[in-house]
Design a protein around this ligand. Sequence first.
Ligand code: PLP
Length: 441
Amino acid sequence: MELSDLFARFPVLRRAAQAEEVLWPNPRCGQPPAKGEEVSPGEIADAAARLERFAPYLAQVFPDTAEDGGIIESPLKPAPVMEASLRARGEMPAGRLLLKLDSELAAAGSVKARGGIYEVLCHAEALALEHGVLRPGDCYGKLTKARDFFARYTVQVGSTGNLGLSIGVMGAALGFHTVVHMSADARQWKKDLLRQKGVEVREYAGDYAAAVAAGRAASRQDPMSYFVDDEHSKNLFLGYAVAASRLRRQLERQGVAVDREHPLFVTIPCGVGGAPGGVTYGLKAAFGPFVHCFFAEPVQAPAMLAGLASGLGEKISAGDLGLSGRTQADGLAVGRPSGLVCPLMETRASGVVTLRDRRLYDYLRLLYRTEGVFVEPSAAAGFAGPAVLASEEGRALLARLGLEGKMEQAAHIVWTTGGRLVPGEIRREILGETFSPEHVF
Ligand SMILES: *Cc1c(COP(=O)(O)O)cnc(C)c1O
């Protein structure tokens, strides 16, 4: 399709192509999903059970998960001071603000500790069962003694940083030879940390898609190698989706109702779409029409916006819109959305919101001042959700959805997706009011 045709049919893309901040409400949200979808709820239950089988092992190799018995999960935390500050700025609708703190997830320090670690565990389990290293019913704690076995195999991944960290941390712990192909956006400290853990890091001058392509090609040449394919992986998706049933229990325990009279809004930073897509899939299965999930993307890298708003899925990229894909939000520096995730979100995502890089730093500093919570720039994108719902455009959307009278009883979850592993020196730099990154987009 010609760009001019695309813009005529989908005016929001014309504005997005000019790097404007936009809200795209998904007109198909709530329609019945297409038949023959690639993922089913039963597979998510399987994924949750697999993570429980691995819990005794994880508790041993990641001591920071021992307290939770080897289950890698993050707190759900009310954020009343941040809520009040945002409201005073006109960036918070009625209802309460809660944070889902994946920025504090054990083991890999970001939302990737869900999908990335899960996928490596799937692969390890399959290999171990196939070769009799594990038998059904065994305690998986014994895998701590299987490092020599896993050392015969290689795991590879292309990444802008955090996915590489999670695959690298898990792969290295199991004993795999692990290779992470890093794009130019990747932060130096993430590469350094991986090398410290014995992971092989290969660096590329190109973007995320180029790093993925290089990793895929390298892996294909080695029969003992397995490639974690962020652009298509179902296992990653399933790992992310497990978050929903756990969040449901946290909401129940904290007395946060989600039903016809108590809408729940969730905003999740989005790169290729796997993490927000998986979480959204799980939440829609749990709460149906009472949960409203929004994806937040940088103005220069609106991959999911392009894929969903055009209906073209992975056939379109931010680059096709003339955008650079460059952003300080390294975890979101992705131009092309996942081909697995787009079709699954066509009827489940409530919308996509985009924001400029400057606001990431503004939100992360405000969050630190008000709640004492540190997050990395990508992880602050979710605050664009409440902000846009408080705007005129957002209020019009809430009215169309018949929700304006229910907002006092609403809950807003901002998913803060990473930050735990950011070194102290870099935290101080990011938090310093005088710090301004060389390029903000
Ligand atoms: C990867 C990442 C995301 C988005 O996940 P995708 O699966 O790429 O959409 C969000 N926040 C952080 C911090 C990330 O690392």
